[in-house]
Design a protein around this ligand. Structure first.
Ligand SMILES: [Zn+2]
Length: 256
């Protein structure tokens, strides 16, 4: 099994991404923020997009699908069953635990409600990569728009349970704002301070961070560490349930 993943900027701060199986030539885009850019990325690589994997219904993730379909008419569009009515044009709908195959690459669907009520994530265990849409970000997490806040915590705990070395592709480059917020809420945390400094130094040079990993986020993402007693204590919430610590962090970020 040999997966190649290509990531490229789209729109203002979205990431577009392609996963390619070199054994069979199959290629999937995950979401399509800008159809022209997604198509151009595939053509540049010499790949034909055979599938589009959709994480959630927001326009900046699905608006490029018609252009992808126009360029690659045989593309199959797969997306969350619970948002099929909002997305439209899905060739197949997906639920928790469903298998997704891109050539010989095997993925599994994880439902992660919170940012949207039907949001899904694609985990390719053999390739060691997860496409998490707007659920988990580098040092952050998505805004919780369509469910009660604790639902998002439950979704994040599912991602936290993936192997630490899993490479995480998320939907946006919010790295700098998330780094600053994380340092503001955990100013005395060594892992947060180091990671934030790394991001700030990269951004100061006009660079971008590489995709993150589950392990990196378990170390330095306050939201993913809501069950960490050190985080609860730093927020003045010692012995508080992790979901409540998460809610406090998310509400502070909303006000930031
Ligand atoms: Zn979104």
């Amino acid at each position: 099994m040999s997966a190649i993943v290509r990531r490229f900027p789209c729109l203002k701060d979205n990431w577009g991404v392609l996963i390619h199986d070199s054994a069979t030539g199959a290629t999937a885009c995950v979401d399509a923020p800008d159809g022209d850019v997604v198509v151009a990325a595939a053509r540049e690589a010499g790949w034909t997009i055979s599938q589009a994997l959709v994480t959630h219904h927001h326009a900046d993730h699905v608006q490029g699908l018609p252009a992808v379909k126009a360029a690659f008419p045989s593309v199959k569009i797969l997306g969350p069953a619970k948002e099929a009515g909002k997305i439209g044009g899905l060739d197949a709908t997906l639920r928790e635990g469903d298998a997704v195959r891109v050539g010989a690459l095997e993925g599994r669907v994880i439902e992660t409600p919170g940012h949207t009520a039907g949001h899904i994530v694609f985990h390719f265990a053999g390739a060691g990569v997860a496409f998490v849409g707007d659920t988990l970000f580098t040092m952050g997490c998505g805004r919780v728009l369509e469910t009660p806040l604790p639902v998002m915590w439950d979704s994040l705990t599912k991602l936290a349970a993936l192997p630490a070395e899993t490479i995480v592709h998320h939907g946006h480059d919010y790295d700098l704002a998330n780094a600053r917020f994380s340092r503001s809420v955990l100013p005395d945390d060594a892992a947060v301070t180091a990671r934030a400094a790394e991001i700030e130094a990269t951004k100061a040079k006009g660079g971008v961070m590489p995709p993150t990993t589950i392990g990196e986020e378990l170390r330095a993402n306050p939201f993913l560490r809501a069950a960490d007693p050190a985080v609860a204590s730093a927020l003045g919430m010692a012995s508080t349930a992790p979901s409540a610590v998460f809610v406090e962090l998310r509400e502070r970020k909303n006000r930031a």
